[in-house]
Write a protein of this length. Structure first.
Length: 299
């Protein structure tokens, strides 16, 4: 996913009542890189999402202080940081929406250099975002529900596996969700075999876009469905979400029209035992296209 330039916050649409969870799966999306998408709590109040990934913690590793970048929403490097977003996170959680911190992204500087560095990052994540004690809490006292690894560079899967193990150990009995957003070519070159470790990842949001060999090509969904089958059968211990661009502008390729998703793709993937739902990049584009509105009842 792409780290956006700072943008001006615009008013979001009026919140709607949350819809009842009567579907087989849910919708996940990313928030934080476009000021025009509006405050997080109003996004959650749309009722369309079961999980929101805060994007992104895009600088970490090599024993550095991690850096949170929320583009046009707030500046995490100032004295007030993004504490107001922390209040919005609590509001989302009160509505039943899970909120994860997404680390990585397509831009920034993210690189683990050793086992000790992986352990250090695990402590930093827990202490700053998941209920631990730290002087660095850019989201105030909000306690997120977990993390999402959107790792698009580095090719150090063993170190990310080690980081997640350390994080789960530190969390102890605290229930944290660990998710990942690999590219659809299998196996993912940056997380690789780490994804296959039983119980290490709870949710996997496979990015079926910007990857022509395994994404919808504009006319045929066979490549996408074949890739989905490979992913879901190879890693049976995690729930899978089909990652899609929420509009044509959201990705260079791989846009799956909502009517095709409803008629030809969702009926097939919903029969998968470890089906979880749909992931959309991103809230901003979803608001322009109303993609989640179009598929919600079919997910």
């Amino acid at each position: 996913m792409i780290l956006a330039a700072a943008a001006t916050i615009a008013a979001a649409s009026s919140p709607r009542r949350l819809r009842s969870k009567s579907r087989d799966g849910g919708i996940v999306s990313y928030w934080g890189q476009f000021g025009q998408e509006g405050p997080l709590d109003k996004v959650c109040a749309s009722g369309n999402y079961e999980i929101i990934n805060i994007a992104f913690l895009n600088e970490f590793g090599n024993f550095r202080q991690p850096v949170l970048n929320l583009a046009g929403h707030c500046d995490a490097t100032t004295s007030d940081g993004c504490a107001a977003v922390g209040g919005q996170i609590k509001s989302c959680q009160s509505m039943g929406v899970k909120v994860l911190l997404s680390i990585g992204g397509a831009s920034g500087s993210a690189l683990l250099v050793s086992e000790a560095d992986a352990a250090n990052l695990a402590h930093q994540l827990f202490d700053s975002f998941l209920g631990g004690e730290s002087s660095y809490k850019p989201l105030g006292d909000a306690v997120l529900d977990g993390i999402d690894l959107d790792i698009e560079s580095g090719k150090t899967p063993k170190l990310y596996a080690s980081m997640v193990r350390h994080l789960r150990t530190i969390a102890g009995r605290s229930k944290i969700i660990v998710a990942a957003a690999p590219q659809c070519p299998f196996p993912d070159e940056n997380l690789g075999l780490a994804l296959k470790v039983p119980g290490l990842f709870d949710l996997i949001f496979v990015q079926f876009y910007n990857n022509p060999p395994c994404a919808f090509d504009g006319s045929d969904s066979k490549k996408l469905l074949d890739s989905w089958k490979q992913w879901t059968s190879s890693i049976p211990t995690a729930k899978f979400y089909l990652g899609l661009p929420a509009s044509r502008a959201a990705a260079g390729s791989g846009f799956l029209p909502a009517n095709v998703a409803r008629s030809s793709v969702l009926p097939v993937i919903k029969s998968t035992r470890n089906y979880g739902g749909i992931m959309l990049w991103a809230v901003f584009f979803d608001q322009q296209e109303s993609y989640s509105d179009s598929i919600l009842s079919s997910v």
